[in-house]
Write a protein that binds this ligand. Structure first.
Ligand SMILES: Nc1nc2c(ncn2[C@@H]2O[C@H](COP(=O)(O)OP(=O)(O)OP(=O)(O)O)[C@@H](O)[C@H]2O)c(=O)[nH]1
Ligand SMILES: [Mg+2]
Length: 264
């Protein structure tokens, strides 16, 4: 009887393990759409180029989509917003300055969303330098809506900028805003690790504790907010230029796609 129970438990265990494996395989076999968002010059375009090459080397079918109407892509883009609208043309046609033309370009692009959604094992979406153009615009919202599951966002930041505690905390706040605005699970990824070694979250907290003034008190209190929102993940450091940290990032992306969602 006992043997039978053990045996049946083992069978159950094997069944569960097999099911779990199948579930994970199923998840990993699905297309992964990654929207790369981040402050100007954080390295989004270099990242899309390098990460695409890295994934292709791993044997994946990878596509890149340029959503920046003001800049020609530095990688081969399988879909490019500039085929439909170019900011420099919009400036001329509507007699607008650069910012007005960028907003107008993004508005015009909303007629071409279907053409910008393509399929691949991985599809990497490169967004404009002016982050708000994407996260606060109707077009950005519509693009995110049209992207099929699974989809997530990589919030790419410059490690040099993040190396001071105040900036670090404001970056985490921005991450929460990006996540809320896009309704996408978001990973903060610290780029340009070749330039500076990023401090750990605990080191940042320690530094904040010893700073005088109301601001540091406010920042320190804000950190508790992150414990309940964006922080239960590990810090991911990469160099898009040198293609380092990509294995760790790919693991984090895969874990994000798993229903367990535990990426701590
Ligand atoms: N050292 C170093 N420089 C990098 C890295 N990634 C990008 N850069 C540099 O950062 C600058 C900006 O890179 P881009 O990829 O154009 O940044 P972006 O975020 O696409 O810029 P916008 O689209 O204008 O917002 C370039 O000079 C890149 O060479 C990196 O990992 N290390
Ligand atoms: Mg760019």
């Amino acid at each position: 009887m006992r043997n039978k129970t053990v045996c049946s438990s083992l069978n159950d265990f094997a069944l569960h393990t097999t099911l779990a494996k199948l579930q994970i395989e199923n998840i990993l076999n699905q297309d992964m759409n990654i929207v790369v968002v981040g402050p100007a010059a954080s390295g989004k375009s270099v990242f899309v180029k390098s990460f695409k090459e890295f994934l292709i080397d791993k044997g994946y079918n990878v596509k890149a989509v340029n959503l920046d109407p003001a800049t020609s892509p530095i990688y081969k883009a399988e879909a490019d917003i500039r085929e439909f609208v170019r900011t420099e043309d919009v400036m001329q046609k509507y007699k607008l300055g650069i910012n007005g033309a960028l907003i107008k370009s993004v508005e015009i692009a909303s007629d071409y969303i279907e053409e910008l959604i393509i399929k691949g094992d991985f599809v990497l979406f490169d967004t404009p330098g002016q982050m708000e153009l994407f996260i606060y615009s109707k077009t950005g919202e519509k693009i995110v809506e049209h992207i099929p599951e699974f989809k997530c966002c990589i919030f790419l930041v410059d490690s040099e900028v993040a190396s001071n505690p105040e900036n670090y905390v404001s970056i985490l706040m921005q991450n929460v805003i990006v996540s809320l605005r896009t309704s996408l699970p978001t990973l903060t990824v610290f780029n340009k690790s070749d330039l500076v070694e990023l401090k750990s979250f605990d080191e940042i907290v320690e530094e904040l504790k010893h700073k005088p003034g109301v601001l540091s008190e406010l920042l320190e209190k804000t950190l508790f907010f992150f414990e309940y929102t964006s922080l239960p993940y590990r810090q991911i450091s990469i160099s898009a230029l040198n293609k380092t940290g990509f294995e760790d990032l790919l693991d984090a992306v895969n874990e994000l796609f798993c229903s367990c969602g535990d990426i701590s």
